[in-house]
Write a protein that binds this ligand. Structure first.
Ligand SMILES: C[S@@+](CC[C@H](N)C(=O)[O-])C[C@H]1O[C@@H](n2cnc3c(N)ncnc32)[C@H](O)[C@@H]1O
Length: 249
């Protein structure tokens, strides 16, 4: 999408990001992530407003972040405890946080905010390079559903009430696996447009990116409660491990 970069998500969404995201799923995610983090140095790629990192820090996790958007980090800094979390600013497919980590995670479909296969693979390699031997990288993403498109297009009402209507319009490029979304919110004050490009990947392609980065799939769940991943599960939480020992060339 022309004119859209790593910082654009925050410029467009930081103001009402926390209002829009369900605290119910947040609690379940924090339970699992805090358990996997245990006593290890932990890094969240695309830490955002600290929706997950702050409750993890309150549970005693040693957590840092990488984030591209100054607006999202400004929201994190406004919250109690937000000043204390180290954040490296930059593109998660390129920048390195200080030191090594035993656990790194990238959730809420944010891998797909990198809109090319090369950038996603770079992100895996970057994460792997920051992991301790034996450390783990967790990714949460939706399972693509291209049946929703007709002629590679879709238009869905997402919300309506007496005073507003939100529509999601999307155009799908099946060759690049890119979907360009435009969210249109109509209110008596006018129309607000929020664009979002995403490059989706099926779990098997994500596993291959992990392997190319030297990581091995250890577990895959279909929910934050560690539910089984099945053919009908719409999202996955995948845990990749960096081998502990020296690898043969
Ligand atoms: C859906 S939000 C998720 C934020 C947080 N992880 C959470 O679960 O609430 C996506 C975040 O990714 C950030 N982001 C998008 N592309 C990025 C990139 N290339 N490098 C670093 N951060 C990026 C956005 O600024 C935004 O904070």
């Amino acid at each position: 999408m022309k004119g859209y970069g790593p910082e654009t998500f925050g410029t467009l969404n930081a103001e009402d990001y926390d209002l829009l995201h369900d605290p119910g799923t947040t609690d379940a995610a924090v339970d699992l992530l805090a358990d996997l983090s245990r006593d290890q140095r932990t890094l969240e790629l695309a830490i955002g407003t600290g929706r997950i990192a702050l409750p993890m820090a309150r549970r005693g996790c040693d957590i840092s972040g990488i984030e591209a958007s100054p607006e999202m980090v400004a929201k994190l800094r406004e919250k109690p405890g937000g000043e204390a979390i180290p954040v490296t600013m930059g593109d998660m497919s390129e920048v390195l946080a200080d030191g090594r980590f035993g656990f790194i995670f990238l959730i809420f479909n944010t891998l797909f905010n990198l809109t090319s296969q090369e950038a996603q693979l770079r992100c895996f390699r970057n994460a792997a390079s920051m992991l301790d031997p034996g450390g783990a990288f967790l990714v949460e993403a939706f399972v693509p559903d291209i049946a929703q498109f007709r002629d590679h297009r879709s238009l869905k009402p997402k919300h309506l009430d007496r005073h507003s209507l939100t529509l999601e319009a999307a155009i799908h490029d099946p060759v690049k696996q890119v979907v360009e979304y435009q969210y249109l919110r109509f209110t008596p004050e006018g129309v607000r447009m929020t664009p979002l490009p995403m490059r989706y990947a099926w779990p098997s392609e994500i596993d291959l990116m992990a392997r190319l980065a030297g990581l091995q799939l250890e577990s895959r769940w279909g929910g934050w409660d560690r539910a089984a991943f099945t053919a009908s599960t719409r999202m996955h939480i995948s845990l990749y491990r960096k081998p502990a020992g020296r690898q043969p060339l």
